[in-house]
Design a binder for this molecule. Structure first.
Ligand code: OAD
Length: 233
C-alpha cells in the first residue's frame, strides 16, 4: 500500500509545458528565441532598453495566449479535485497553463506573462495586450513605470516566504520538467528532503540536482505524471 501523504508540493518547470508546444529554455530552439539572456531577461536590459524588452514579451504573450494545457497539467487538476489533503503547485513557468487547466493553489515564482507590474506603486494588473514604456499604470496613473511581471535575472523570485514554509511542511515534493540549474528553485528539493519529505523527480533525463531525489521517473510528463498521480488517489 502507498504511503499516505497530507501536503504535496509540485515544482513545475518548462518541461511540463513542452508537450503543449512551448519550447523549453535550454533546448536548441529555446524560449528566448535566439535572443541573448542578457538582452531580454535581466533587469539591467530592461532599464537600458525598455521598449526592446516590452516588445519581446509582447510577442511572447501573442505566442502563448492560444496554448492549451496537456495531460500533465490536467492530471494535477484531477489530483487537486480528488486528493484528501493539500496540493500546491509552485511553478517557474510564466505560461499560465496551470490556470488554463483550472488548477488551484498556484504560486508563480517567476511571474506570469499575462500580468504587468508598476515599478512606482507596486500593483499588478492582468492583460493579454501589449505594453510599452508609455503604458500608464491604471492604479497610480504614472507613465513609464510598467514592466512585464516576469522575474528577471537580478530580481527576487516571488512568494518565497510562502514557498519556504510549504517546503518545510510538505511530506511529498515532486519536481517536474525542470533542469535544476536556476536557483532558488534548484535548491527546493534539498530543503524539502532535509525537512523530511519524500522527493521525486519526473523528467526526460537526470536533472543537475538529482542527488537529493529519492526516486526518478524518466519519460514525458504528459505520460508519466497521469500514471504517477493515479498512485496517489
Ligand atoms: P529548462 O529548459 O532549463 O529545463 C527543462 C527541463 O525539462 C529539462 O531538464 C528537460 O529534460 C525537461 N523536459 C523537456 N521536455 C520534457 C517533457 N516532455 N517531459 C518532462 N520533462 C521534459 O527549463 P526550467 O528548468 O524550467 O527563469 O528553467 C528554469 C528557469 O530558467 C526558467 O523559469 C527561466 C529560466 O531562466 C526565468 O526566466 C526567471
Amino acid at each position: 500500500m502507498n504511503k499516505k501523504y497530507h501536503r504535496i508540493v509540485f515544482l513545475t518547470g518548462a518541461g511540463i509545458s513542452q508537450e503543449s508546444g512551448i519550447p523549453t529554455f535550454r533546448s536548441e530552439t529555446g524560449l528566448w528565441n535566439n535572443h541573448r539572456v542578457e538582452d531580454v531577461a535581466t533587469i539591467e536590459a530592461f532599464y537600458k532598453n525598455p521598449d526592446f524588452v516590452h516588445d519581446f514579451y509582447n510577442q511572447m504573450r501573442k505566442d502563448l495566449i492560444n496554448k492549451t494545457p496537456n495531460p500533465a497539467h490536467l492530471a494535477l487538476t484531477e489530483l487537486q479535485k480528488n486528493f484528501d489533503g493539500e496540493v500546491y503547485i509552485v511553478t517557474q513557468n510564466i505560461d499560465t497553463l496551470h490556470e488554463k487547466a483550472n488548477s488551484q493553489n498556484i504560486l508563480h515564482m517567476h511571474g506570469q506573462i499575462n500580468e504587468l507590474v508598476c515599478l512606482n506603486c507596486g500593483k499588478t494588473h492582468t492583460t493579454w495586450g501589449d505594453s510599452s514604456s508609455e503604458t500608464t499604470c491604471p492604479f497610480c496613473e504614472r507613465e513609464g513605470f510598467i514592466k512585464p511581471n516576469i522575474v528577471f535575472f537580478g530580481e527576487m523570485p516571488l512568494y518565497m516566504d510562502k514557498i519556504e514554509t510549504l517546503l518545510k511542511t510538505c511530506d511529498l515534493f515532486v519536481s517536474i520538467g525542470t533542469s535544476g540549474v536556476v536557483y532558488p528553485a534548484a535548491g527546493f528539493v534539498q530543503t524539502a528532503k532535509y525537512y523530511g519529505a519524500t522527493t521525486i523527480e519526473i523528467n526526460l533525463d537526470m536533472a543537475s540536482n538529482n542527488f537529493f531525489f529519492d526516486k526518478h521517473i524518466y519519460g514525458k510528463a504528459g505520460l508519466e505524471l497521469p500514471k504517477f498521480i493515479k498512485t496517489l488517489l
